[in-house]
Write a protein that binds this ligand. Sequence first.
Ligand code: NAD
Ligand code: UDP
Length: 329
Amino acid sequence: MNILVTGGAGYIGSHACVALLEAGHDVVIADNLSNSRRETIDKIREITKKDIIFYEIDVKDTNKVEQLFNNHNFDGIIHFAGFKAVGESVNKPLEYYYNNIVSTIVLSKACIKYKVNKFIFSSSATVYGDNEVPFVETMDLMPATNPYGQTKAMSEKILMDAAKAHPDFSVSILRYFNPVGAHESGLIGEFPKGIPNNLMPYITQVAKGKLNKLQVFGNDYPTIDGTGVRDYIHVMDLAEGHLVALEKLRPGVHVYNLGTGQGTSVLQLLNTFMEVNDIDIAYEIVARRPGDIPISYADVSKAKKELAWTAKRGLKEMVRDAWNFEKNL
Ligand code: NAD
Ligand code: UDP
């Protein structure tokens, strides 16, 4: 298939491009590099030894998107492009709603106009909010009360309504849990701007000496050791999840959790990182981070049953590959 990957220069998108190219698909990337680097495109070529076409465009720009659809005969699109920092979304709500919602509308309109009938969307476990774990796809959504979470819930709804009105337009909504790690080559990975908000890049930057010590946000949650529990998933497993979601997409709208189904606490992740990589990480326990939920992990039975997909890589690979990428930067 010939696949348009928006946000393909970013963290998850670049790994998905590798998975697509290695499975024999052709890839066209559209990315405005607002949160990524041009070099990543060359790294994808280096890993896969395949060519990709890259357009540096904003996918909110209807004219540029239409030009793109005129230039290529796409079989499907994977839409990763978007802003993703929860804290920043509280301070810049309009930028978040504008970027994340308008891009989804412009791209889905183009798909319907040009009869590109496969649409894969990057959603997030944040749409489950405070539901009981494990999170199941059939639950009512309670997106976290931040603009980022709202943009994901709204984009899901927009795509569902579009698919209802256009029965040929098939949509797969993928709700990611906590993607971590990097491609095993160490050539592509996560490049957070400024001080990382997320746990794994924070740990790797302390390991590298870029940051002094990790702050663990709260140790009084009702969890195994009091620290927050999340479902960490290796980014290559996540990337492969997109491949099967695309290849097995049937008519209609389908929602899948992409996680491992395993919860891991902050201290468990930190200890695994220190053991596997043989590095000491300084840390201190501080107050809870406002807005955090205690526990998040996925029920992964739907993706297993319908897509025959499960995550294959464990925590050890996640911490090894995350460090392998950071240390080679
Ligand atoms: P990322 O920031 O690394 O990648 C997003 C890419 O989209 C970047 O390369 C950026 O330059 C590009 N982009 C943003 N707005 C654009 C626009 N209007 N036009 C063209 N390009 C644009 O983020 P990521 O971690 O790879 O996340 C990819 C998607 O997955 C996002 O939609 C994000 O919300 C979602 N997601 C991420 C996580 C996570 O923890 N990383 C979890 C759940 C969902
Ligand atoms: N966390 C932490 N210190 C950090 C960053 C995160 O203790 O510097 C904790 C956070 O409270 C949560 C877990 O690590 O329990 C994962 O946080 P992250 O921001 O990576 O993901 P999310 O909260 O979006 O699931």
